[in-house]
Design a protein around this ligand. Structure first.
Ligand code: FAD
Length: 481
């Protein structure tokens, strides 16, 4: 437990606005978004400035109280949940939520760590720009959390992950020093890049307090289409054909198994099949033209139509439709965004967020599903997601033949073995067991089991060098032994 002296020292730094001690106000932040992990924290530190974050970190060092950085608490891997023994304290960045500067000419926004993603979207739109990273948690996820998990989303194909959008960073390091790397330098070769080290560090190397983020021109014309296809191989061929036909304006390319689409249509009110053909696989496609593009004579929809006709001639399509209105485009996207919910309604399942080299993904989707179902009789596998990034969400549903309780028991008893089985397949294909969500506390064991000794050693060496006292986010990613 944290000593009274330590709490008094934190109180002295934070003042009445800088620390939350009411258990009712603390409680919601002690459980992760999925409800899989819970912990304890005697208080929540809520700094209002970078200097205050630094003071909290120095105090944490002095009293040997580990800190758990927290943004919107939408981590999928228990990354922002404190340990259960009450030895650590949450430091929430939510009050550091100002956009310090938005320079449309320079295409840059300087945001504090607690700015919520949708707030940045709105501010960029008001300035005729956009921040091209979006995900289901955009109403809660913060810039600090997105940076610390190197978040992806549905536009990675064209714009990259969060890493590609971070032009500069300000952070408090584990010794309490403020690292000011906020200037957006295009060229900077002064050795190790602390900016890149902080991206994806999951709060284990310091606390991100602000960042310079790259903006893009606003979209002026978009087309959203739906294609029915025979196989994941055809889906990848379709993507490559689209890219060849329309250039680097394909912004979204999501693949969904026909069975998953069926679940969405069954479970989610108001959804309708975009095409009449009952295809085994489906692709949701988005083409975006922005003000920087030469729009020439043809619209996004015309470009998509031409490309889809070429795909039809090449035998890659079973059926296709282009959204005739914004409302229809949104309805197509709603289907994709409802896949997790519809899958969840089928019963308990193991969920994997994996990547393999893009060219190998179609084979992975087919082979891993067949192998898992054969190895664990009664299970069914499904995949959907960002095929063009080589990243899919692979679900292995527990056997439901003997009812829900039995399926839950399967998850508890056989689940770990099935998890190792699927992860082994990912690693055999040269892939990653965490494409988007990070390691947090959920995947620590599997990271330690599957990571190469060289990489594990390097990760631990970096952690040990920057945070020798282990005060940053204990029990996550690569805990100090
Ligand atoms: C509905 C839903 C959809 C999602 N979709 C996607 C998706 O498509 N793609 C994707 O990549 N992810 C997705 N995620 C997970 C994703 O990791 C988070 O939504 C987001 O990146 C986390 O932001 P947050 O502010 O909630 O961070 P938190 O959950 O609070 O924290 C996440 C991690 O970052 C650390 N951290 C937080 N703030 C800071 C800081 N200022 N400095 C240092 N460390 C910090 C925490 O300690 C923790 O390790 C989704 C989550 C949900 C709930």
């Amino acid at each position: 437990m944290i000593s009274k002296e330590a709490l008094a020292a934190f109180r002295a730094i934070g003042g009445p606005d800088g620390i939350v001690e009411d258990p009712d106000d603390i409680a919601p932040w002690l459980v992760d978004w999925r409800g899989k992990f819970s912990g304890h924290s005697a208080a929540i530190l809520t700094p209002r400035s970078t200097a205050q974050v630094a003071a909290f970190v120095r105090c944490a060092l002095e009293y040997e109280v580990p800190l758990v950085p927290q943004g919107g608490n939408t981590s999928m891997v228990g990354g922002a949940t404190p340990p259960g023994d009450g030895t650590a304290i949450i430091l929430a960045l939510r009050h550091m939520n100002s956009i310090r500067q938005l320079d449309a000419d320079a295409n840059l926004a300087v945001c504090e760590a607690g700015v919520i993603l949708s707030t940045l979207h709105d501010a960029a739109a008001a300035a005729g720009r956009r921040f091209p990273l979006s995900l289901g948690s955009k109403g809660s996820a913060t810039i600090g959390g997105l940076i610390s998990t190197n978040a992806g989303g549905t536009q990675v194909l064209r714009h990259g992950t969060m890493r590609a959008m971070v032009a500069g960073i300000e952070a408090v390091l584990p010794d309490g020093a403020i690292y000011d790397g906020i200037a957006a330098l295009k060229k900077d070769n002064r050795g190790y890049d602390l900016r890149h080290l902080m991206v994806g560090a999951e709060g284990t190397l310091g606390i991100v307090t602000a960042a310079s983020l790259r903006l893009s021109p606003a979209i002026v014309d978009r087309a959203v289409g739906w294609a029915g296809i025979a196989s994941p191989q055809d889906a990848l061929a379709l993507l490559r054909l689209l890219e060849a036909e329309v250039g680097p304006v394909v912004e979204g390319f999501e693949v969904i198994a026909g069975e998953t689409l069926g679940f969405v249509l069954d479970v989610i009110p108001g959804t309708r099949a975009p095409i009449a053909t009952a295809a085994p696989w489906h692709a949701l496609i988005e083409i975006d033209l922005d003000s920087a593009q030469d729009r020439g004579a043809s619209s996004a929809a015309e470009r998509m139509e031409r490309a889809l006709m070429r795909a039809q001639d090449a035998g890659l399509l079973l059926d296709a439709a282009i959204a005739a209105s914004e409302a229809q485009a949104e309805a197509f996207w709603r289907i994709r965004e409802s896949c997790s919910e519809a899958e969840r309604a089928q019963g308990p399942a193991l969920q994997f967020d994996v990547s393999v080299p893009v060219a190998a993904m179609p084979a992975f989707m087919i082979d891993a599903a067949a192998a898992s179902e054969a190895a664990f009789p009664g299970t069914t596998a499904a995949s959907f997601g960002h095929l063009g990034d080589g990243n899919i969400h692979f679900h292995l549903r527990a056997p439901m033949q003997d009812g829900l309780e039995s399926a839950k028991n399967w998850l508890a008893n056989i689940g770990p073995e099935a998890t190792r089985f699927v992860n082994d397949k990912v690693v055999d294909m040269g892939g990653s067991i965490s494409a988007e969500h990070g390691i947090g506390q959920m995947k620590i064991g599997e990271l330690a089991r599957l990571e190469s000794p060289a990489r594990l050693h390097a990760l631990r060496a970096v952690k040990g060098a920057l945070d020798p006292h282990g005060i940053m986010n204990p029990g996550k990613l690569v805990p100090l032994a």
